[in-house]
Design a protein around this ligand. Structure first.
Ligand code: ZN
Ligand code: ZN
Length: 232
């Protein structure tokens, strides 16, 4: 099976990320992953730059870590893909498959309703996953669900309690949404648990990933990590 991290933060793109793109890529290469999706906090969330900067400047900042990952992929020997983690009052979405040019030419996504934004992105080919829908935290006032505006639900997230992941599975299955899994890793090799998706054959592009996710071909998995190594 070929493994992928789908939910990953780096520094400095995410203010809360602790390690560089390179640190993350080297870690996932060492533990045998075929690829990673870097999903830093978008400009509506915990981005690492000044959020009063103009939209275009924030987008340029957001893409610096992505461009670094694309440069490093061959050297490190791991496939590099990316998405964004977009936030609406603490309700988070992992969005894959749009280009930097798309984001640069659509500043209106920050003005429209969240449902309209998700619709627009999906119509442009994006895969939308509701991240950790039942997470409870000080920054989340209440649980919000968008069952008709996402393709999949993150049913395993390492930042969540087991019952919150179990609720996410019930949510996904009840609404017939696909399952995804991601670590929400802010700690690179110092993470203690990872969640991800695996496929029987390697994926070769974000479009390939999206198609297979929509076909329900992804298997979710979780593993424990100690000292940068998978222990089970
Ligand atoms: Zn974060
Ligand atoms: Zn995250």
């Amino acid at each position: 099976m070929y493994r992928y991290e789908t939910h990953l933060h780096s520094s400095p793109a995410s203010k809360c990320g602790r390690y560089s793109v390179r640190d993350n890529m080297e870690f996932y290469k060492e533990i045998g992953y075929d690829g990673i999706f870097l999903t830093n906090h978008f400009i509506d969330a915990n981005i690492g730059c000044d959020r009063t900067l103009p939209y275009e400047e924030q987008i340029e900042f957001f893409f610096r870590d992505i461009e670094e990952g694309e440069r490093l992929a061959d050297e490190v020997g791991i496939k590099f893909f990316w998405g964004i983690e977009s936030s609406y009052l603490g309700t988070d979405f992992l969005i894959y498959g749009l280009s930097k040019e798309w984001y640069l030419s659509h500043p209106e996504i920050m003005e429209v309703s969240r449902r309209d934004m998700l619709t627009m992105m999906a119509e442009n080919g994006a895969l939308i996953v509701q991240a950790h829908p039942f997470r409870e935290a000080s920054y989340i006032d209440h649980v919000r669900l968008f069952p008709y505006h996402v393709h999949a639900v993150e049913t395993d997230n390492c930042g969540n309690k087991d019952f919150q992941n179990e609720m996410a599975r019930l949510y996904a299955d009840t609404y017939k949404l696909h399952h995804s899994a991601g670590s929400d890793n802010h700690w690179a090799r110092y993470a203690t648990r990872l969640a991800g998706v695996e496929f029987e054959t390697p994926i070769d592009s974000v479009e390939d990933f999206i198609e297979r996710m929509k076909n329900g071909e992804a298997h979710t998995f979780t593993v424990n990590v100690e000292n940068g190594k998978i222990i089970n």
